[in-house]
Design a protein around this ligand. Structure first.
Ligand code: SF4
Length: 451
């Protein structure tokens, strides 16, 4: 999972882009990058780690110009290395012609990469964004079709998820795959176009939200004013439902829904028909907070923030190495002293992937005196891997892949376990037919990725 941001038509475009990336830091913490245009040349910066640590304040003065794009990265394809950090520059005959930053994974990457390699291009890393950049660059400049037509060609042949920004010295493009897997929002401030994966990136700049880029659309800003075209016809939308369940910030507006409201409805749907007796509902912070509120209100059970999260540790789900993940679970949560003694607790989480975190938390609650621990999960069992930009592991590591809910409860040492049903999940969004549910059903709308 990653986040993108871009600004066009503002003299401090790089600073604005940096702020919008900062607001989207939750979408990727391993590396970040910025590219600015001064109208003639492109200036690129990439660094490892968080935006606030990697981007020196002096750098923003050295990245002048009216246009900029940026990226925060969590690796789903390729290692967490600087060559895989984005944006990518497309360089021809020693001249950088454009920069590109993308969120999402491409499922037919090997074929596309092979085609570009046959054209004598070499790859510095193993990331999808580099393939998109070199494919579009080669078609645009080697074949002479121009950038807009090359983007449209990409959108006909590239399969999978991409919400992408492209910056030339004088133009700015945004385009989104025809399924609309990942979000991409457009805003406006002081006449400048502002683009961000999530609307929290617009909020931090006080930019006015205009629209979500439609799936399959190309938007272009530059000389002659803004322009829109269709890159690919969208047959069916497949927004990632996990943006609502877990990934997006609750204060974002994603796919036409307020994320915190969807999460509250998830909690209400999860409570429907549940009769378990409990003294307190404890959500696992932060992503399950609103799900917990919805559940607790519907069941009329007090909600207590019984686990305190240390915010200086990265999100467990996106720690890339198993060893790091185990350490961060212990570092990340601490129970309120004495609170769990003799309590019957409903412990609410948004999802279970491997089960590593929640198993340790159940044990922690019992060690702190909890009499009963009932798990309530705001999504159906995750039984299949994601190939569209979320780092779920290989299927064999998914705790629910081959287990029934009762067997999962057993492995996690929970008294009971209840998942949200798929039908219950459908009831939480206004257009349930416009979403991808492949990690629950195995029904992949844009193919599977091969190594
Ligand atoms: Fe989202 Fe799951 Fe579809 Fe991946 S497979 S895009 S995580 S709903």
């Amino acid at each position: 999972m990653c986040g993108v941001a871009g600004v066009f038509g503002q003299s401090e475009a790089a600073s604005w882009t940096c702020e919008a990336l900062f607001a989207q830091q939750h979408r990727g913490q391993d590396s970040c990058g910025l590219c600015a245009s001064d109208g003639e040349r492109l200036h690129l910066f990439k660094g490892m780690g968080l935006v606030k640590e990697a981007v020196p304040p002096s750098l923003l003065k050295e990245l002048p110009g009216h246009g900029a794009i940026g990226h925060v990265r969590y690796p789903t394809q390729g290692e967490a290395t600087l060559p895989n950090a984005q944006p990518f520059l497309f360089v021809k005959d020693g001249t950088p012609l454009f920069a590109l930053a993308s969120n999402g994974d491409i499922t037919n990457l090997p074929e596309l990469r092979e085609e570009i390699e046959k054209r004598s291009y070499r790859f510095d890393g193993t990331n999808d964004g580099e393939v998109i950049a070199k494919a579009i660059g080669s078609w645009a400049f080697d074949d002479g079709m121009g950038i807009e037509a090359a983007i449209a060609k990409w959108m006909r042949v590239g399969m999978g998820a991409y919400s992408t920004l492209l910056l030339t010295p004088t133009e700015f493009y945004a385009f989104r795959d025809p399924h609309g897997f990942r979000p991409l929002s457009v805003g406006e401030k002081d006449g400048a176009a502002v683009l961000t994966s999530e609307t929290v990136g617009l909020d931090i700049l006080r930019a006015r939200f205009i629209e979500h880029i439609p799936a399959g659309a190309i938007r272009r800003w530059g000389p002659g004013g803004p322009r829109s075209s269709v890159g690919a016809v969208s047959k069916k939308l497949d927004h990632c439902i996990f943006e609502h369940i877990y990934f997006a910030r609750p204060d974002s507006y994603v796919f036409g829904e307020k994320v915190f409201e969807v999460r509250r409805r998830i909690g209400e749907a999860l409570a429907s028909g549940d009769t378990v007796q409990a003294d307190a509902v404890v959500p696992i912070p932060d992503s399950a907070n609103y799900i917990g509120m919805g559940y607790a209100n519907a069941r009329n059970i007090p909600i207590v923030m019984g686990l305190v999260r240390n915010h200086y540790v990265g999100r467990t789900f996106i720690a890339p190495v198993q060893l790091m993940r185990d350490e961060t679970v212990r570092l990340k949560f601490n129970p309120l002293p004495g609170f769990f003694e003799g309590q019957r607790v409903v412990l609410v989480d948004d999802s279970i992937v491997r089960g590593t975190t929640i198993r340790k938390l159940v044990r922690m609650l019992r060690e702190n005196g909890a009499k009963e621990v009932h798990l309530r999960i705001g999504s159906p069992p995750i039984r299949y891997s994601c190939y569209y930009g979320i780092d779920t592991p290989d299927r064999k590591y998914l705790i629910a892949a081959e287990r029934s809910p009762e067997q999962v409860a057993d492995v996690l040492s929970a008294d009971t376990l209840r998942y949200l049903t798929l039908e219950g999940l459908h009831s939480t969004v206004s257009k349930p037919g416009d979403y991808c549910y492949a990690c629950f059903t195995g029904d992949y709308p844009a193919g599977k990725k091969r190594a």
